[in-house]
Write a protein that binds this ligand. Structure first.
Ligand code: HEM
Length: 135
């Protein structure tokens, strides 16, 4: 999951300096990748919640609280941005609108990446704490 996002980021940053055809190819790749990434994140959220129903506090509570931000940011900012940038790039419209939306996408993407890093870190903390209890 993280690899998909990091590859989006790397391609987006490299794409900024590319020619219009390269940019269009990158934007197309990102929209296609979203169809893999979104189900992965939804599955992580659902399976995580199923493992710890009713827990609100501590590390688990923090993970749960981050999920709505990740979901809203992903579905209402990142997905529409990716689709719109793909459309603009396919039309060859690499103007101020394109780079403004691209800026918003990078910022929102960085926020989601950071929140997911925190969820991964806390996931490992939960597993480590449990293995200490068991031994
Ligand atoms: C983007 C969303 C999420 C990511 C990337 C993520 C990532 C991870 C990772 C990497 C682990 C360690 C797995 C292992 O080493 O076995 C983990 C464990 C865990 N996560 Fe998440 N997580 C996410 C969302 C959630 C949510 C919403 C919850 C609900 C509170 C949750 C609850 C848990 C629990 C309870 C564990 C311990 C699993 C076990 O007991 O084996 N996660 N998570």
């Amino acid at each position: 999951m993280l690899l998909i996002i990091l590859s989006f980021l790397q391609h987006s940053i490299r794409g900024i300096a590319g020619d219009p055809a390269q940019i269009a190819a990158v934007k197309n790749y990102i929209v296609s990748g979203m169809w893999v990434l979104i189900p992965c994140i939804i599955t992580a959220g659902i399976t995580g919640n199923l493992m710890v129903p009713g827990v609100k506090g501590g590390v688990i509570g923090s993970k749960k609280k981050r999920m709505p931000f990740i979901a809203v940011n992903g579905l209402f900012v990142l997905l529409p941005s990716a689709v719109y940038l793909n459309y603009l790039a396919s039309e060859g419209q690499l103007d101020t609108v394109f780079y403004t939306v691209q800026g918003v996408e990078l910022l929102a993407g960085f926020i989601n990446l950071s929140l997911m890093f925190l969820n991964i870190r806390d996931g490992f903390r939960i597993v480590r704490a449990r293995s200490r209890h068991q031994s």
